[in-house]
Write a protein that binds this ligand. Structure first.
Ligand code: NAD
Length: 471
């Protein structure tokens, strides 16, 4: 059967379903094609279930130190099946919510494998075919938005799901390994290191670079390294793992890594690969659209509105190098508004907040200090520790700091970096400061409630000019 749509969205993850809803709100006739479940990686295999695990991990930690708060809690122990059951409930509730939103907004959802059929004289743009079992439907479109996401990289190491896992497998497994080697110290590696450590798993992180969290400010990454080491997470940086050395023997994984001049052997009950994600661009006809271009890492090249080199095709989210659910959703709205003839603001990567949900959390927006210096800005930095913030002491979370990187000439805020309690919520204020092109002085002028964790921004901003009060 054939149907006609203004826009067909290929992929129902965070980027795809948000784009579809926005398109329908704008009066476009929108089809969304999803081969699995709407909500995608973020909802079913990524952000939401891992944050649910992390919440349980944090609660367990808090209960174990409850005597500090004058509360005797005896016999506190982990029920991992219970953690998984609660996580499944959270995911299912949100899954139902997304399905309901799509229905309410009049988006037609096709469940099946979507593919681009090359243009012909009958359909000069081409078609999208949707195959489910032995049924096939053909969708005509004005534009297609590619929102097919990404999948874990494996470095060609054979993944069996139990001994050698991706983050998908780690979430799917019903038990906890007694010990784990984590390859890669990006957000995925460090979040799993944090939750596994709280759940009592012995963790060793092996990172190729000479530091953890390469996208984050040097001082923030160094602080997280210190704090994780204090929690007995072993972190080995500068570890060049030999993918061919990975083997499973006697119920354990073994591998070799060159660390400096030495070749060291590491072993654990499981290995988690957290070495990045690669875009899903092959196997659904995109390779036949010759005007679509890719960068060196294989991500689709797009402009600030999501346009590819092919006038009928837009791309958003991970497949276009986004890498974060909130980026995908934001790009989805921009692309749809552009298709509908509105004049959206183009995507501004420098305003994207980055969040790592470790204990303590890390969050940032804008340039790191070294990026700002490399770009030639005269830099002035304001830094303020959590131990000077009353509410942090009340909460019992005094590790870490906030850091504001400002342009020494204009005072403009170039970047904000936080490691500590509620960092991933607090960073939203910094996002607004970036959007409004605030100066450090202006951030310092905001009247914040007391006591509140948000006071740290005022202090860090005033510290840019050496005026912090509680330091
Ligand atoms: P990443 O690219 O951010 O980090 C991977 C790390 O692995 C890097 O530090 C890299 O140097 C290291 N590495 C690569 N090859 C290695 C090797 N052979 N041996 C040792 N180390 C090696 O990737 P990720 O952490 O897997 O995350 C993937 C994507 O998902 C990213 O875009 C990330 O931003 C996103 N993500 C974000 C969040 C969040 O915002 N909280 C959480 C999870 C994932």
């Amino acid at each position: 059967m054939s149907h006609a749509y203004d826009v067909v969205v290929l992929g129902g993850g965070t980027g795809g379903y948000v784009a579809a809803i926005r398109g329908a709100q704008l009066g476009l006739k929108v089809a969304l094609v999803e081969r699995d479940r709407v909500g995608g990686t973020c909802l079913h295999r990524g952000c939401i279930p891992t944050k649910s695990y992390l919440r349980s991990a944090e609660l367990l930690h808090a209960m174990r130190r409850s005597t500090e708060f004058g509360i005797q809690a005896e016999g506190v122990s982990l029920d991992f099946a219970g953690v998984r059951a609660r996580t499944a409930k959270v995911v299912e509730s949100l899954h139902k919510g997304v399905q309901g939103l799509l229905r309410k907004n009049g988006v037609t959802v096709f469940h099946g494998f979507g593919a681009l059929v090359p243009p012909s004289i009958f359909s000069p743009n081409g078609l999208v075919s949707v195959t489910a079992g032995d049924r096939q439907e053909l969708l005509e479109f004005g534009k297609v938005i590619i929102a097919t996401g990404s999948q874990p990289k494996t470095l060609s190491i054979p993944v069996d799901g139990t001994y050698v896992m991706t983050s998908d497998d780690a979430l799917a497994r019903p038990d906890l390994p007694e010990s784990v080697l984590i390859l890669g110290a990006g957000p995925i590696g460090m979040e799993w290191a944090s939750l596994y450590a709280d759940f009592g798993v012995r963790v060793t992180v092996l990172e190729f670079l000479d530091r953890i969290l390469p996208a984050e400010d040097d001082e923030v990454a160094a602080e997280l390294h210190r704090l994780m080491t204090r929690r007995e997470v072993a972190i080995v940086t500068g570890a060049r793992v030999e993918p061919g050395s990975v083997r499973v023997e006697g119920g354990r994984v073994r591998l070799q890594a060159r660390v400096g001049e030495e070749v060291r052997e590491f072993t654990a009950a499981a290995l988690l690969l957290a070495v990045g994600r690669e875009p899903v661009t092959r196997g659904f006809g995109l390779e036949n659209r010759e005007q679509v271009e890719y960068d060196r890492a294989g991500f689709i090249q797009v402009d600030g509105f999501g346009r590819t080199g092919d006038p009928a095709i837009y791309a958003i989210g991970d497949v276009a190098g986004g890498g974060l659910a909130h980026v995908a959703a934001h790009q989805g709205v921009i692309a749809m508004e552009h298709i509908a003839g509105r004049s959206p603001e183009p995507f501004a990567p420098e305003r994207v907040p980055r969040c790592v949900y470790t204990r303590p959390e890390v969050a940032s927006v804008g340039y790191t200090e070294s990026q700002a210096r490399a770009l030639g800005y005269p830099v002035r930095v304001g830094k303020f520790p959590w131990r000077g913030i009353g509410k942090a002491l009340v909460e019992g979370s005094v590790d870490g700091f906030a850091k504001i990187v400002a342009d020494a000439r204009t005072g403009d805020v170039l970047g904000v970096h936080v490691i500590g309690p509620e960092a991933t919520n607090l960073i939203a204020e910094a996002g607004l400061a970036m959007l409004l092109n605030a100066t450090a002085w202006e951030v310092g002028q905001v009247l914040r409630p007391h006591p509140a964790l948000a006071e740290i921004f005022g202090e860090a901003a005033m510290a840019v000019e050496g005026r912090a009060i509680h330091l």
